[in-house]
Design a protein around this ligand. Sequence first.
Ligand SMILES: [Cu+2]
Length: 470
Amino acid sequence: MTRSLLLLALLLTACVEPAAEEEPPPVEPQALPTVQGLQPSVDLDPSDDVAEYAMTVREGSVELVAGQMVEAFTYDGMSPGPLLQVRRGQLMRVHVTNDLDEPTTVHWHGLRIDVAMDGVVMGNIPAIAPGDTFVYEFTPPDAGTFWFHPHVRSNVQVEAGLYGALVVHEDAALAPSVDADRIFVLDDVLLEDGVIAEESSNHMVQMHGRFGNTLLVNGQEDPLSIDLRPDGVERWRLVNTANARTMVFRFPGLSVREVGADGGLWPQEWTRSIDELTLPVGARAELEVRLDGDEGSLEQVVLALDANNDVIEVPVDRALVTLDGDAAASDASGFTADPPMALPDVDGADEHVLAVSAVNGADGVTWMLNGRAWPEASDWVVDQNVPVIIEVQNDLGPEHPFHVHGQFFSVLERDGAPADERGLRDTVLVRGGTTVRIATDFSNPGTWMVHCHILEHAERGMMTTVEVVP
Ligand SMILES: [Cu+2]
């Protein structure tokens, strides 16, 4: 159903409903905080109970590079797709129509929702066939910054443009006092002769994933321009939606405090000032940003080779921040709430090892976890709400952003030393030749994907499942 038809249907339903006696006054729709950077999707349900959206997955032309239209896969003609928003605990319904010539799904990265709504084709859960519509319906239990993308041929479909951001707004008492709330969806795309390059299976891509040659922020190569009021403070939500590129950011001219990650905002005692941020594929960061002087920038650091074949750092501006001296000074106080966040209790936790391996055969490289390549069946079964320490052993060279569906975890150790990552997460970077220990309590029942988020690795076998038994 198209958006306008759906809206019409909703209006008709509202019209024909008989008026009950002593009907409570209609709930005034509560305005969601404005998140700048992406075009927000329109909530089709006038009540405050439900956030209802409709999206069509289709081919379309997008302007990734100024003045140059590129054929892409889009949500409603956009890449990234429209910004979806919901309040924590509010029912969300998304009608997704597939107008592509191939099956697709929508996976809600980071949401601890019912596995039937997770967008993974498994067991009796099918993909959305061409021409079909599927209605995703769930109630996000956690506030934070999330994203969505297909879980079918993801290396091709995400690269072609299918990704978007989902913000779950926290309760008003926990919301920060900021001059602006901004989202930065950060990607890279491989453009060749003005088109998104075909899927490549060369050995480099099989080993390290597909790196793009054009950095994008909110679907555009050009950096964003941001004006800040005197004494201004903003909330920045960063999302890495690249196929394979671990991103490193610096903040010249800005004062930045890290205040949250995948699983939402942190208690005050975990927040900290940072000069640099490493954001693995799939991961998110929540930042409190102030300007030191008149100018600053969000700078992405890219590694390249110089004329002598030495590796050098190339800074690329992703956002340019300027002081708006004419504006009235801000009285916003930033992040002052103290949101509770409980980490899994690791005392007496079970332990589970996941070892990364690879073989190079006739079809190229196959990536495996514990010697099995997807869709080979997994025998990993755990009890719900029983904490487990997962040790990811990566003895090979390439790195793997390791992602668990439907659960949060804390990062405990890297090579035996306490990890520096704080808060709850759903994605952790496991560098080449290292071991990482994480802890989760598997609070969400179901059979869940556990996989590498370098999409070329995932499609080449580096996915498995864990069955969480209620
Ligand atoms: Cu990987």
